[in-house]
Design a protein around this ligand. Structure first.
Ligand code: ADP
Ligand code: GLC
Length: 487
């Protein structure tokens, strides 16, 4: 049994992630890693973050006036029998120390399109550098908290690496998106990275003849979490994760679904410096001003009174574009205007560009990644469109609700845990549908558009979303309990 002294010992957790908002963010993973540690601090956890200094990151930090301290000693690991070094910088993220590793390994684009033994190398090097970090910074964590396949090499190394094997070390793996598993033909990867080749078997790292880092980490981590309770259930089904579902099922005793939160200080319509006028659930005049400003940016009729349907998204299949795009051909039957902001797959960008030029009065597309503009869409929109094919959690629908923009979402993953249909008994905060097709989505979208014209009913739905508690406070307490349970 643990003594009281052991029970009250401060828990030290190192977040190991390839994205951290606001330094480097591609999607929600960056948001989560940038926000959850701040809430863990409030529960007395000594939490720190380590991340690669991707191209441009150090310069952006300097430009933004961050105080950067650089350690005199470098972190060094051996890969393919050569030493690979990284400079270690430290910055402060609202009280959370962040270690940035600057190395030639991280000079390419963040995520390779084509994953193979060579392009997977920076992610293995990163995890090995993390395991050596304590020698440079003089701080040792009790738990490594890894995120997705890009840091999945770390729990694998603790289990099967010739140098880093440590049966007493603890790790947590959070599954943000099982669609990406870090899978590639082994080639020389095992030898070069120092993994014991005997781990290339069906009970460890091997998956249909390939290396599968996520599979290895699911097996080797002390605990596995998903970013919503519903996703924890979904990943155990063959429909969602195919053969990996067997591995997940075999490890379900250490699997927990913890719903993500959002950074409610940053995403706050009452204080947001990136929107033209702030507002609250009690006084929505500012939201009307944001809507006017958004309309101005689109070139639509400034006197338009109907609903603005907005969407801020990575342009990938996951987000439901193959059911959105056909709907944009039925605009005559919809009294709404659509505004998209996003970047990603070229075919989706081209299709959105095409829809916008064919319907200049009712479809607007802003290509690219644009943080300030995203705030204007969340604040100035009326309806938020999120008909995902799958959605491990989804932060955008929570951000939208906080800004009084009512989601139309598919009942899948974390969307199911956060969006409740307004036509359910007891009312809800959005409009949902189940079947993944254009007609299903339009059924809910039409209900939302029709309800928008009923000012009182709409106000109630919007109010409900704005008052939801999507903060990290409760999820952080669940992570604290999980950390305690594995020590
Ligand atoms: P995912 O992580 O799958 O992309 P989430 O809903 O969890 O989806 O998180 C997406 C995050 O990325 C949100 O903060 C959203 O506002 C942001 N985002 C996505 N695309 C863009 C874009 N083009 N410009 C600005 N922010 C974006
Ligand atoms: C992934 C998922 C998204 C989730 C995010 C943060 O990118 O696609 O659903 O919200 O991670 O956990």
């Amino acid at each position: 049994m643990k003594s009281n002294a052991q029970n009250s010992k401060v828990i030290k957790v190192l977040f190991v992630s390839t994205e951290v908002a606001p330094f480097s963010k591609v999607g929600g993973l960056g948001d989560v890693v940038g926000a959850l540690p701040k809430s863990l601090l409030k529960y007395g956890i000594d939490v720190r973050i380590v991340t690669p200094a991707w191209p441009g990151v150090m310069q952006r930090l300097r430009d933004a006036g961050h105080k950067i301290s650089t350690f005199s000693q470098r972190v060094s690991v051996s890969y393919a029998w050569h030493s690979v070094e990284a400079i270690v910088h430290r910055v402060d993220l609202e009280g959370v120390p962040v270690y940035l590793l600057e190395s030639d390994e991280y000079m390419g684009s963040m995520y390779p399109w084509d994953l193979n033994a060579a392009t997977a190398r920076p992610f293995a090097v990163f995890c090995m550098q993390v395991l050596e970090l304590k020698k440079v910074v003089g701080w040792t964590s009790d738990i490594f908290h890894c995120h997705d396949w890009t840091s999945a090499f770390l729990p694998c190394a603790l289990a099967w690496h010739r140098r880093y094997h440590d049966p007493n070390a603890k790790s947590v793996l959070t599954l943000h998106n099982v669609a990406h598993q870090g899978m590639f033909p082994p080639a020389a990867f095992l030898d070069e990275s120092g993994l014991d080749p005997s781990c290339f078997n069906m009970w460890a790292l091997e998956y249909y003849g390939q290396v599968n880092l996520l599979k290895g980490a699911i097996i080797s981590a002390s605990a596995v979490t998903t970013v919503s309770p519903r996703y924890a259930w979904e990943v155990q089904t063959f429909e969602s994760t195919q053969a990996l579902s067997k591995v997940i099922n075999a490890n379900k005793d250490k699997l927990t679904g913890i719903l993500n939160g959002i950074d409610t200080d940053y995403w706050n319509p009452e204080t947001d410096p990136l929107i033209p006028e702030c507002y609250s659930s009690d006084s929505l005049f500012g939201k009307a001003e944001c809507r006017r400003e958004l309309l101005k940016n689109t070139g639509f009729d400034p006197a338009y009174k109907g609903p603005l349907v907005v969407c801020v998204s990575r342009l990938v299949e996951q987000k439901g574009f193959d059911i959105i795009l056909p709907a944009l051909k039925q605009l005559d039957s919809l009294d709404a205007k659509f505004i998209f902001l996003g970047s990603g797959q070229r075919w989706i960008e081209e299709a959105l560009r095409g829809a916008a030029s064919a319907h200049v009065d009712s479809v607007c597309f802003f290509p690219g990644y644009n943080e300030p503009l995203s705030h204007l869409l969340y604040a100035g929109g009326d309806i938020y469109l999120m008909p995902s094919l799958f959605e491990p959690c989804g932060l955008s629908q929570m951000i939208a609700m906080r800004y009084g923009t009512v989601p139309v979402a598919r009942e899948v993953g974390g969307l199911m845990d956060t969006v409740i249909d307004a036509d359910c008994d007891g009312g809800g905060n959005g409009f949902t549908f189940i079947t993944y097709d254009t007609q299903g989505m339009l059924w809910s979208l039409r209900r939302a558009i029709e309800r928008f014209s009923n000012v009182k009913a709409w106000g109630k739905i919007r109010q409900r979303g704005m008052l939801e508690d999507f903060s990290w406070s409760h999820p952080a307490a669940l992570y604290r309990d999980l950390y305690k349970s594995i020590l």
